[in-house]
Ligand binder design. Structure first.
Ligand code: MF3
Ligand code: CO
Ligand code: CO
Length: 250
C-alpha cells in the first residue's frame, strides 16, 4: 500500500515515551562501553535496561533475529549479532542500535561509539555519519520531500569523501518497528513522498570510508562493507511537525 500513517495526539504522546525509552537505554549502555566488553555483554545490558523500563526489545525475534540489539563493529555496516567471542578493543568503533516497544509503540535509535584511541580516519567516518544523520533530520518538516533528506545526506558524505550505503534505509515507525515509507539516504531534492505533520520516520545513514557496496555474511544477518573498510551509523526517530520535526530519541 501507499498509505503512511498520521499519528493522533494520543499516539504521539506514546511515541514520545517509546522514543525516550530507547534513547535512555542507548545512553545507559553506551556509558558502560570500554576495552574488554563483549558484544554479548551489550546484549545482556540492553535486555535488562529495557525490561527495567517496562519495555520489550523490538528486535528480539524480529524475522528470527537472535538478539535484543544490533552491535556492528568496524567493517560491519549493520545487523551485527552480539557474541561472547567478540570483545571491544582499543581503537574499535561500534554501533549499538536499540529499538524498544513501550505501550504498543516503537522507538529506534543508534550511535557509533569510539573505544579508546581510534585512528583519525575511524574518527572521521564516525563524525561524518553523525553529521549526515543530523543533516537529514534538519530537512524534515511538513511539506518537505523524502528526496530532500537523501540529497542532503549524500551531498555531505560526498563532500567529506565518504560513501553512503544504498541497500538499507530508514523507515516509518509506530505500532510496528518497520512501516512505510522507506527513507532512502540518497536522493534528488524535490522528489519523492511529501512529508506530513504527524508522520514518524527514522533517519539512519550508514556511511563508509570506501565504496558503499555491501555483502551479507553466511549467518544471514551481518552486513559488512565489500571492501572491508570501516563504516559508521547514527539513527534518530523523528516526528514530522508543521515547522520542522521533533526528535523523539534525543
Ligand atoms: N533497528 C534496526 C533499524 O534501524 C532494525 C534491525 S532489524 C534486526 O531498522 F532484526 F536486525 F534487528
Ligand atoms: Co531503524
Ligand atoms: Co535501529
Amino acid at each position: 500500500g501507499m498509505a503512511v500513517e498520521i499519528l493522533s495526539a494520543g499516539e504521539i504522546a506514546r511515541m514520545r515515551r517509546a522514543g525516550a525509552c530507547a534513547a535512555e537505554t542507548l545512553r545507559a549502555v553506551g556509558a558502560r562501553l570500554r576495552v574488554g566488553v563483549s558484544t554479548a555483554d551489550i546484549d545482556r545490558w540492553v535486555r535488562a535496561d529495557t525490561a527495567a523500563r517496562g519495555a520489550r526489545p523490538s528486535q528480539l525475534g524480529y524475522r528470527g533475529f537472535p538478539a535484543a540489539v544490533c552491535t556492528s563493529r568496524n567493517a560491519v555496516v549493520c545487523h551485527g549479532i552480539p557474541s561472547e567471542a567478540e570483545r571491544l578493543a582499543d581503537g574499535d568503533i561500534v554501533n549499538v542500535d536499540v529499538t524498544s516497544e513501550l505501550d504498543g509503540f516503537h522507538g529506534d535509535t543508534s550511535m557509533t561509539f569510539v573505544i579508546g584511541e581510534a585512528s583519525a580516519e575511524a574518527r572521521h567516518v564516525v563524525d561524518v555519519a553523525r553529521r549526515c544523520r543530523d543533516a537529514g533530520v534538519a530537512e524534515v518538516r511538513d511539506g518537505a520531500r523524502l528526496g530532500d533528506i537523501g540529497a542532503a545526506i549524500a551531498a555531505l558524505a560526498a563532500q567529506e569523501g565518504c560513501g553512503v550505503v544504498e541497500a538499507f534505509g530508514g523507515h516509518g515507525i509506530g505500532r510496528r518497528m518497520h512501516m512505510e515509507p522507506h527513507v532512502a539516504h540518497t536522493g534528488v531534492r524535490g522528489a519523492g513522498l511529501r512529508l506530513k505533520a504527524g508522520m514518524a520516520i527514522t533517519i539512519e545513514p550508514m556511511v563508509t570510508l570506501g565504496r558503499p557496496d555491501i555483502r551479507q555474511l553466511d549467518d544471514g544477518w551481518t552486513i559488512v562493507t565489500a571492501d572491508g573498510r570501516w563504516t559508521a551509523q547514527f539513527e534518530h526517530t523523528v516526528l514530522v511537525t508543521k515547522g520542522g520535526c521533533e526528535v523523539l530519541t534525543a
